[in-house]
Structures are given as structure tokens and as C-alpha cells.
Design a protein. Structure first.
Length: 204
């Protein structure tokens, strides 16, 4: 009697399901942001932030900022996981010395963090153009690189300096700082495991 071969389970997260999830989250997020923008226009028109309508608008704006943060966090975690998984597979097939694999992995992870910083930079660029979400005080608004710089400051938990967020944008900053801490720790743990596996100066 023939035995059935076990089905191989695809552990890839950044496939069609992941893309569909991000697409749905993006559409929902866009609807929420548009609603917050519309509510903000109504509140600014009556100039009564302390009214019930004003408080509802403030709640919608904060929830929208949290929605933007959630979408970017999901995208960053998926990309980080898949990138490290791909690195683990490719590193075994590269015909170079083991210690060189560690060095290539370090550069690879640095680029990966910059990609995630750009994710949040586009989030800041998106929300900073809507009055309902506050502003980035002190920003010169000379281009996308200003947002990349501020995103890197938040991601690395360096602390605010010349640019300070105001309004619901602060929630996006807090989310990036938390995610940056987790991603950097994740990368450090991965690097430590690779060092244990490949870093043997006495053998190379």
C-alpha cells in the first residue's frame, strides 16, 4: 500500500494573501483618512474645537493616524520576515567564506531597515499634507528627504530635535519608535545567530 507523501506547506507570508491583506487595509485606511479630512473641514469651518463635533473629529483623526501606523507596521513586519528568510536561503548557496556571509548579511539588514524607514516617511508625507492630523513643526518641507530624515530619527529612537510632531501625527511617531526598537532587536538576534554559525576565525 502506497503511503501518501506529506504535503509541503508554504511558509511564505509575503505572497498573495499578504498583498491582499495590505490592499484591503490600504483601502480601509484611505476611507478613514478621507473621513477625518472631511470632518476636519467641518470643524474648522465652525471654529469650535471644544464642541461635541470637535471632539468627534479629534477622535477620528487619532484613529486614522493609528490606522496608518497599523498598515505600515504590517507591511514592515512582512517585509522584514520575508527578507530575513530569503537571506537565510541565499546565504547557504553563495560560494564564499562563512565570515564573508556575515558581512554581506550586515549590509543587507542595513538596507532593509532603510526600506522600513522609507515606509514611514511616506506615511508622514501623506498625513502631513492634511490639516486634520497636525504638522511637523520645524520641517523645511524641501522634499521627501526631510521626511526620511525625521522617519530615521523616530525609527532609531534618537529623540526629537529640530523637528517636533504636533497633533495626531505623534501617534505615528510613537508607533515607529516602538517598531524600530523591535526590528533592530530582531536584526541583532538574527545577526547573533549567524555569527554563532559562521564566525570561526580559527577555521577560516
Amino acid at each position: 500500500m502506497l503511503k501518501r507523501r506529506p504535503r509541503r506547506i508554504d511558509t511564505s507570508l509575503f505572497g498573495v494573501p499578504g498583498l491582499l491583506l495590505l490592499s484591503v487595509l490600504g483601502l480601509c485606511l484611505n476611507a478613514i483618512v478621507l473621513a477625518a479630512q472631511s470632518a476636519g473641514a467641518d470643524v474648522l469651518a465652525v471654529q469650535d474645537i471644544n464642541s461635541g463635533t470637535g471632539r468627534q473629529f479629534e477622535t477620528v483623526a487619532h484613529l486614522s493616524a493609528m490606522g496608518v501606523a497599523a498598515v505600515i507596521i504590517v507591511a514592515s513586519v512582512l517585509v522584514h520576515y520575508e527578507a530575513l528568510r530569503l537571506l537565510s536561503v541565499i546565504a547557504k548557496r553563495i560560494p564564499i567564506k562563512p565570515r564573508a556571509r556575515v558581512m554581506i548579511g550586515i549590509f543587507y539588514i542595513v538596507v532593509l531597515h532603510f526600506i522600513e524607514i522609507w515606509f514611514f516617511a511616506f506615511g508622514f508625507l501623506y498625513l502631513d499634507g492634511i490639516q486634520a492630523f497636525g504638522k511637523l513643526a520645524g520641517m523645511a518641507h524641501d522634499g521627501i528627504m526631510e521626511y526620511v530624515y525625521f522617519s530615521a530619527v523616530c525609527y532609531s529612537t534618537l529623540g526629537f530635535g529640530d523637528i517636533v510632531p504636533e497633533g495626531p501625527l505623534r501617534l505615528l511617531c510613537a508607533a515607529e519608535a516602538l517598531l524600530g526598537l523591535i526590528m533592530i532587536t530582531w536584526s541583532a538576534s538574527y545577526t547573533y545567530l549567524q555569527m554563532q554559525r559562521h564566525w570561526h576565525p580559527d577555521r577560516d
